[in-house]
Design a protein around this ligand. Structure first.
Ligand SMILES: NC(=O)c1ccc[n+]([C@@H]2O[C@H](COP(=O)([O-])OP(=O)(O)OC[C@H]3O[C@@H](n4cnc5c(N)ncnc54)[C@H](O)[C@@H]3O)[C@@H](O)[C@H]2O)c1
Ligand SMILES: N[C@@H](CCC=O)C(=O)O
Length: 542
């Protein structure tokens, strides 16, 4: 662990290598074996108490559909109401904790995750979300540790910011928590996002209802246990296994709803915002709405780019974690001259990507998350197969007999507005549009206007003028823009993450800007020498 100076920027958690014979590999393999050999029971955790409703659902691994790993107790409306009461009650206790106390709890969580909890969270993420070891390590270990450490640091930076105090006056700003509870709703694809969304408001003094995605509940439960061990008091974060429709109905209309911290699809986010809008006069204060959602992330290649760099970025950007990253590359614009050079190698490399379960460390590709995703991704592949303006040049096959496996797929289209160039698929599908070399500028304009999203994007070029032009033309097309790098893999403290347009409110997860949304400032002016007469000096006769 880094030595702690609260006013100094922390260092990113190093990514462990899991090389043959390494200590971390041995530990992880043992943890996988231990967890895979048992079926755990997942209760809700409300006000620190485990709640078992008896209304259970089973959790299976996406890459091994007969292998049950957990039974989870799903909540109904009554328990959700209990959780709101518990969060509101816990505010009294949490208010008594100084910011140093809060920081201490989350720095401890970082330390535990970096050491004794690392293999558990990584194994759980591999099993539950079907991630290979590298994808699990950068997510459930490194990124979550970074969220805890960096948010602790950003908090000190925010609190330090105080107004001017002229002689005889003391002006100060208090960074109060919001008046009410925060609703944290998290997606399946990143355990770190699951951990960050409830803890960012909590570190700022708020109490939280945390509703993880059903398909992430297994690893989310271990995160909750880690937070309890780190010292998060009862009721400050309430862990709710519950369906979106049940929880949404109760929470989104509640007068004490003070904020929503959401990551997930654009459709769900828009539903939440709309519901808040429809109930706007019912709340005690205007709820803060922070949401990071979908993307249609792009790569524009210029003819001056380097072939092997382009090939690597296309494969890693599109197919790491089966393309199930909001940042995943899903449309690429490639000049004809470069296309002729890379086409065969791209197809060959893609067809050779090894696919299978994550326990076998040699697999690059694992399963997609569930049946709904499997069907949705396949429907896009079928659409491409049936269209006259597109062809599948790699992959295109899938098989769900053992798990939800889809071969990494490349579609080539002659229509820059082909469905798969515009809509988020959230799977291992890349669509390529080949343009004439001399149409670079028009292609940048086309890329900018093609999708409703604005999350991530990349340009590849050696020619600096081409980079400058892309930077200018695509200024609003991506909240995270990459030059000669793939558009995935943002690191906390290095590339604050989030997008605008339909991709979200761009409040940048893991930044001071995000934490600011979870505080309500109070300005206090104290006068050490208050005036004793209402008259001004110029009113005196002499
Ligand atoms: N921009 C980002 O930072 C970012 C990061 C990760 C994922 N994503 C996006 O997330 C999506 C994939 O995740 P997902 O499939 O879990 O998204 P999703 O929208 O299906 O689910 C997200 C969460 O919302 C909940 N939910 C759904 N309906 C609800 C309702 N009516 N009331 C309350 N909660 C409700 C779900 O149960 C889940 O917990 C993709 O679109 C991806 O781009 C974005
Ligand atoms: N922050 C991650 C993406 C999170 C969304 O799924 C990245 O930059 O790849």
């Amino acid at each position: 662990m880094n030595s702690i100076n609260l006013y100094e920027m922390p260092k990113n958690e190093p990514i462990l290598g899991y090389l043959p014979g390494s200590k971390e590999k041995k530990e992880l393999k043992e943890k996988l074996k231990e967890l895979e050999n048992k079926v755990i029971e997942i209760p809700a955790i409300i006000g620190g108490k485990e709640i078992k409703t008896g209304n259970t659902k089973d959790i299976f691994m996406p890459h091994d559909l007969t292998h049950k790993i957990a039974t989870v107790h799903m909540l109904g409306e009554e328990e959700v109401k209990m959780a709101i009461e518990s969060a509101m009650n816990a505010k009294k206790i949490w208010d008594k904790y100084t910011w140093q106390d809060r920081v201490s709890i989350f720095r401890r969580a970082a330390e535990l995750l970096s050491t004794t909890w690392r293999s558990t969270l990584n194994a759980a993420t591999m099993m539950c979300q079907s991630k290979n070891v590298f994808q699990a390590e950068i997510d459930s270990a490194c990124e979550l540790i970074d969220f805890f450490n960096f948010n602790s640091y950003y908090l000190t930076q925010l609190y330090k910011d105080q107004p001017i105090s002229p002689k005889g006056i003391w002006n100060r700003v208090e960074y109060r928590p919001l008046e009410g509870f925060v609703f944290a709703v998290t997606p399946f694809n990143f355990s770190s996002i699951g951990g960050n969304l409830p803890t960012a408001p909590a570190i700022m003094g708020n109490t939280v209802l945390w509703k993880p995605a059903r398909t992430q509940l297994y690893s989310a439960y271990f995160t909750m246990k880690l937070l309890i061990e780190a010292g998060v008091p009862e009721g400050v974060i309430n862990f709710l296994p519950v369906s979106g429709s049940i929880v949404g109905e109760v929470v989104l209309k509640h007068p004490d709803l003070a904020g929503i911290h959401f990551t997930g699809s654009t459709g769900t986010f828009q539903y939440m915002w709309r519901t808040v809008g429809e109930n706007i006069s019912n709340y005690k204060a205007y709820p803060r709405i922070v949401g990071e959602t979908g993307g249609k992330d792009f790569m524009v290649v210029h003819k001056s780019a380097e072939k092997n760099e382009v090939l690597t970025a296309l494969i890693r950007g599109s197919f790491e974690y089966q393309g199930q990253k909001c940042s995943a590359l899903s449309r690429a614009y490639i000049p004809e001259s470069m296309w002729n050079e890379i086409k065969d190698e791209l197809i060959e490399k893609t067809d050779n990507l090894k696919m299978g379960n994550p326990e076998d460390f040699t697999n690059f590709i694992n399963a997609v998350i569930d049946k709904a995703s499997f069907d949705k991704i396949n429907s896009y592949i079928k659409h491409a197969k049936d269209s006259s303006d597109a062809e599948i040049i790699a992959g295109g096959k899938s098989d769900d007999t053992k798990g939800y496996f889809i071969r990494p797929t490349i579609i080539k289209t002659t229509n820059p507005h082909f469905k798969t160039m515009e809509e988020e698929i959230f799977g291992p599908v890349l669509t390529i549009y080949v343009y004439s070399d001399e149409k670079y500028e028009e292609t940048l304009e086309l890329c900018d206007k093609t999708s409703i999203y604005g999350l991530t994007g990349a340009v590849f070029a050696k020619d600096r003028n081409a980079i400058l032009l892309a930077n200018e033309k695509l200024v609003n097309a991506a909240g995270n823009f990459y030059i000669n790098d793939k558009p995935t893999g943002a690191v906390v403290g290095q590339q604050p993450f989030g997008g605008a347009r339909a991709s979200g409110t761009n409040d940048k997860a893991g930044s001071a800007m995000n934490l600011l949304r979870w505080t309500s400032m109070r300005s206090v002016k104290e006068n050490f020498n208050p005036p004793k007469s209402y008259e001004y000096g110029f009113m005196q006769e002499k």
